[in-house]
Design a binder for this molecule. Sequence first.
Ligand code: FAD
Ligand code: DLZ
Length: 507
Amino acid sequence: MTRLILILGDQLTPDIAALRSADKSQDIVVMAEVADEATYVAHHPKKIALIFAAMRKFAARLRMDGWDVRYSELDDAHNAGSIVGELLRHTEDTGAKGVVATKPGEWRLIQALEEAPLGITLLEDDRFIASHADFETWAQGRKALRMEYFYRDMRRKTGLLMNEAEPEGGQWNYDHDNRKPAPNSVDAAPMQFVPDATVEAVLELVEARFSNSFGTLRPFHFATDQAEAEQALEHFVENGLAKFGDYQDAMLDSNRFLYHSLLSAYMNIGLLDPLRVCRAVEAAYRAGRVPLNAAEGFIRQIIGWREYVRGIYFHEGPDYPQRNGLNHQRDLPDFYWGRQTKMRCISKAVEQTREEAYAHHIQRLMVTGNFGLLAGINPTELHEWYLSVYIDAFEWVEAPNTVGMSQFADGGVIASKPYVSSGNYINKMSDHCKHCEYKVKEKTGPDACPFNLLYWHFMERHRDRFQSNPRMAQMYRTWDRMDADKRETVLSEAETWLDRMTKGDLV
Ligand code: FAD
Ligand code: DLZ
């Protein structure tokens, strides 16, 4: 009995559950470039190009391996325009009895598949170290779901950087070594790939269909198949990993990538197996090629944060991306879409986001995220922005990072305190402030860094919520010790600045 085997654009590995359960001699693989997936948010053109190019190459590989693959290109005349539509069309054409799919990474698509008359079987996506059941077991009965404890369980489960029951080096976490400010220069760069004929055809399609979206399509240098992604991994382990830890939180005006790996998109769409990535990193450490703070820091991002946020997304349920625990209602300012702003850190982060579809974690968290939280931007609008503009953005990983970690809009499920800072943090970790029209050292007045004004505005606005948080009490004491006139000036200048921003004045 023939069944349809659905492979989505972020499930591009022969090891995906639906393929493992399929029978090559009678089942039919369905892959489809569809308008609904390409437009449910205004994705960066580089993201659409990566997914379509990698899908086309993966389909070719499956055919070589003997699979019967029905692949729809976006412009095919019969393309139904949605994943469900394509499955219904192929069911009718082939007479297939039922569909097998690996559970998608977004509630939206899970619901669409479950509600359609497809006779669908959804298999768990087991590309993760923690299954849904593992996460629920871990979460059960805990007052707070903090990443650090989850991470230790993942270390024990995988054996990564473990000596029997003990963590390598005697400590679980070397984060305190990983906060060096920006270096003067960077002696590594991510690996780049030259587009081949398949990629070029996709670039032309994306150029024709999505040229109005935010984001520059060319040059396009991403890996688009497993072999290339493996090369990118090797290149990172050889060239970037050793200093990854030291400069993990740093930002530079003149360098967009520092020692970051740029491997997230490859792991998220199936070109790289996260556990294999971690094993390669551990091997480099065990061979004495990289220090422990680098290896541990990197592995923690993957088996800690990446696994944990996925657990939270499915644990919390479909309403999670819409949460707005601090009731922030201001519209997303147009400088997130590239309008000029005098704030150098924001303008550099947005510029590179437009050109690369990439910004590293601290740019996302402590520049665009921090600003959004301080300014009271509606977290749903920020969530849609992050989901659109980054090459690695899929809701299971993006929403917990944005709504939870960055905006505290989940009321503290992920973060024990909001990630907010004044300009001082950005000045310490980057050289942006040296090039900025605003003055980071000025706390009030027309040239004062807006992060300085808005920081205290945020604290005062949310005094009831945060004053009793022991991790924030010291900041309230500092604020309360300030002269009353000064506090008044700060708050009124912050209000004026926000009003100007809302009106679209150049700020
Ligand atoms: P590196 O700095 O080299 O880190 C190594 C790997 O660790 C990454 O490739 C990634 O797989 C993993 N990782 C690191 N931090 C996190 C994290 N907080 N959550 C999950 N995985 C992590 N990551 C995404 O993959 N997709 C997203 O849509 C996404 N949206 C984000 C939105 C916000 C507001 C914030 C603050 C973070 C977001 N992140 C997201 C997490 C992180 O910023 C990116 O994973 C990282 O910047 C990707 O670049 P890299 O591969 O060079 O990472
Ligand atoms: C992101 C994306 C895009 C842009 N296009 C497609 C597509 O045309 N076909 C497809 O199968 N998948 C695509 N994807 C990835 C899906 O949106 C992703 O599988 C879901 O959001 C679940 O994570």
